[in-house]
Design a protein around this ligand. Structure first.
Ligand SMILES: Nc1ncnc2c1ncn2[C@@H]1O[C@H](COP(=O)(O)OP(=O)(O)OP(=O)(O)O)[C@@H](O)[C@H]1O
Ligand SMILES: [Mg+2]
Length: 235
């Protein structure tokens, strides 16, 4: 059996101090295989975004282990985690997180340039063309629709060819039709690149498009459902 891309063991995290402290992750275990798509669902405040942040190395756990492709990111320094994330993890947020005074092309190319890529602008052009934005390279985020801004964010996330893409409610700010187009793009890229996709969503239809669903409640993973098995059982 091949090594899982994600191995989360007894991840425990409390955020905030004193009276406002919240036990956000209560000893979570999660294993995800390379190339899988996993929908993460659960009520507001249950810890879904925090789980993604921990897997991306953007939030540290108090105890437990996080192995990404066999690399123990819980044991790395901040600099090592940042470097690892830049090469292996793509992240897409609900609110796009583009830099407003950079063009679409610069938003994708500059992070690559900072990572030392001499072909940053050529790669960025190709990635933007792949998400259907070849005609929008010199537009600023404020001159793009929400769906187009999310495409730029996806191109930026995909440009380093990460082994895994983490998306936190990527369609949450989009209308139904635009959201569907963005979801189609994410699943197409996941399949084409053999990439692992972790998708947090409140949209049950979208979650059901993933191969597997993970349900989070009050900082715990409740149960796992195999979407394929469920579909087979219904058929
Ligand atoms: N810095 C912090 N200090 C204290 N509590 C925090 C902090 N950050 C998050 N929390 C709490 O942790 C819990 C989990 O938050 P998280 O953002 O992971 O939830 P979520 O499942 O993504 O919710 P939503 O579906 O609304 O996005 C929430 O109750 C939140 O208030
Ligand atoms: Mg959230």
């Amino acid at each position: 059996m091949t090594k899982p891309i994600i191995e989360l063991k007894k991840a425990d995290l409390t955020l905030g101090d004193g009276a406002s402290s919240v036990h956000v992750l209560k000893g979570m275990d999660l294993i995800v295989q390379r190339g899988e798509s996993v929908g993460i669902v659960g009520p507001s405040g249950s810890g879904k975004s925090t789980l993604l942040m921990v897997l991306a190395g953007l939030e540290r756990v108090d105890s437990g282990e996080i192995h990404i492709d066999g690399n123990p990111i819980h044991a790395m320094s901040e600099d090592q985690v940042a470097d690892f994330r830049g090469r292996n993890v793509g992240i897409v947020f609900q609110s796009f997180h583009l830099i407003p005074n950079m063009t679409a092309l610069e938003n994708v190319a500059v992070p690559l340039e900072l990572a030392g890529r001499s072909d940053a602008f050529a790669v960025a052009r190709d990635e933007l063309a792949a998400v259907g934005l070849a005609e929008r390279l010199t537009h600023y985020p404020g001159e793009l629709s929400g769906g187009e801004q999310q495409r730029v964010a996806i191109a930026r996330a995909l440009a380093p060819h990460p082994a895994m893409l983490i998306a936190d409610e990527p369609t949450g700010n989009l209308d139904t039709e635009t959201g569907k187009q963005i979801a189609d793009l994410l699943f197409k890229e996941q399949a084409d690149r053999g990439m692992t996709l972790l998708l947090v969503t409140h949209d049950h239809k979208l979650a059901a498009r993933c191969q597997r669903q993970v349900r989070v409640r009050s900082g715990e993973i409740l149960k796992e459902e195999n979407t394929d098995d469920k579909a087979a059982a219904v058929a």
